[in-house]
Design a protein. Sequence first.
Length: 204
Amino acid sequence: MRYGCSKLFSSVSSLLHRQVPLPVCEIPVGSRSYGLVPMVIEHTSRGERAYDIFSRLLKERIVSIHGPISDDTASLVVAQLLYLESEHPEKPIHLYINSPGGVVTAGLAIYDTMQYIRSPPSGGASGQASDIAIQAREILDMRMRLNKLYVRHTGKDIEAIEQSMERDHFMSPEEAKGFGLIDEVIERRPVSLIADIVGGTVKA
């Protein structure tokens, strides 16, 4: 498949500290398009090689999720995670999420792969009363399943989780840490991650 690149160029420093042109391309991902995506040109002893930015991040075991989580998004993320795990099972995978939420079942697919998800259920239904009742029970069952996952990962009791999940609940990073949703608030890239990427040791 060919991707059409626009004639937009910016100048960046390559890995060999030379100025190289950086083309910007439109690359479709699943049924969506990320619009203009930068291409990174890497210099090695074998010559030059171009990557789109997401492929370059994947090479460093970094997976990005942007926008609502759909079935297509989940399939893409799960495939990347499974590939990275099969390539180096012992190495960590860094997952960056910028999403308002999305399809619960799609999120659960990612959770089942990474044992990590923080998304409350939501939905709607229309049709005969019996059909709505069936979907309502399914939503309640899904909510209970997600609440139990929160209990498992936060250590909170089910009553506290149900109260927090009743409505949209926004937290600061510090509040999320206090609640048990996250382990740490990272404001700067860890030195160990830099060393892992460039190889060798890096002084703090």
